[in-house]
Write a protein of this length. Structure first.
Length: 281
């Protein structure tokens, strides 16, 4: 895989931290020109310090149509032979019992995780189609199995799976390969962000009396996460971009493989297993 022609260009959203940053630095080391999508100048400066001169930070907010189109225009001018790859990685998390969800946060999750992905893909697709390149979308194990207390995030990631399936078929006649990477729990700053934003409303007596069986496991998972190294996800993304025969789906991690099996069980059996799992937390 690594002997393929170098100097190809890849655009990555959400390159400031976590999976996106790890992928940006990895492909930069492999010799690819990486256009690293970031929202803040400080994040751009940090990437420049860690990467080669090939890496180009690009300011983008996946919820801002004007910034998306500006980013696409900038990449088109600088990518030379066209854009070989698009990695849709930008994402945020939010959760809690449905009865007590903050609807602004719910809408934000859908805007970033789903609508942003669709908008970015639409803007960059002509470049990808021209080069007969690759598109890789970062999903989640929550796109295979929706756990209680995670409905906004799970809904967005289930939708990402559907979007990827549809896009893969649309791109097939054009020679563009489309893959979905579904990581299990992975090293990322998203965990500290979710823990920081874990709403005080979920600690009230009212919520705990109704949904303590959901809240307590969520808090336990946030305080003591069992995370796989980000390199495992990076390796899956590399295979999706560089393999002559990329897979349509990459399930990364033991929990991802378990979720993939459990999702096909009858609903009654699956529900019992999930509830038992919550009780063990």
């Amino acid at each position: 895989m690594r002997d393929m022609e170098q100097e190809k260009s890849i655009f990555i959203t959400g390159s400031s931290t976590g999976i996106g940053k790890a992928c940006a630095l990895h492909f930069d080391r492999l010799g690819y020109r990486v256009f690293a999508g970031v929202r803040k100048k400080a994040d751009a400066d940090s990437l420049r310090q860690e990467a080669s001169d090939r890496l180009v930070p690009v300011t983008i907010d996946v919820t801002d149509p004007a910034l998306i189109m500006k980013a696409a225009g900038n990449v088109a001018k600088r990518s030379g032979e066209g854009l070989y790859g698009l990695l849709n990685n930008a994402g945020i998390g939010a959760g809690g019992p449905v009865e007590f969800l903050d609807m602004e946060k719910v809408e934000s999750v859908i805007r970033v995780n789903l609508l942003g992905m669709i908008a970015v893909t639409s803007a960059f697709l002509p470049m990808i189609r021209k080069s007969r390149g690759r598109i890789v979308n970062i999903g989640s194990i929550s796109g295979m199995l929706a756990l209680p207390g995670a409905s906004p995030y799970a809904a967005s990631k289930f939708a990402v799976e559907a979007f990827t399936d549809s896009l893969r078929l649309e791109m097939r006649p054009h020679g563009v390969r489309v893959s979905l990477v579904q990581p299990g729990d992975t090293e990322s700053s998203i965990w500290s962000k979710v823990q920081k934003n874990f709403s005080p409303v979920y600690r009230t007596d009212q919520v705990r009396s109704l949904y303590g069986f959901v809240i307590d496991p969520i808090r336990q998972a946030l305080e003591h996460p069992r995370l796989q190294p980000v390199e495992k996800v990076v390796n899956a993304v590399e295979h999706a971009f560089l393999s002559a025969k990329p897979r349509s789906r990459y399930r990364v991690g033991r929990d991802a493989r378990i979720f993939a099996m459990v999702r096909h069980l009858p609903d009654s059996v699956r529900d019992r297993l999930v509830m038992r799992g919550l009780e063990r937390q």
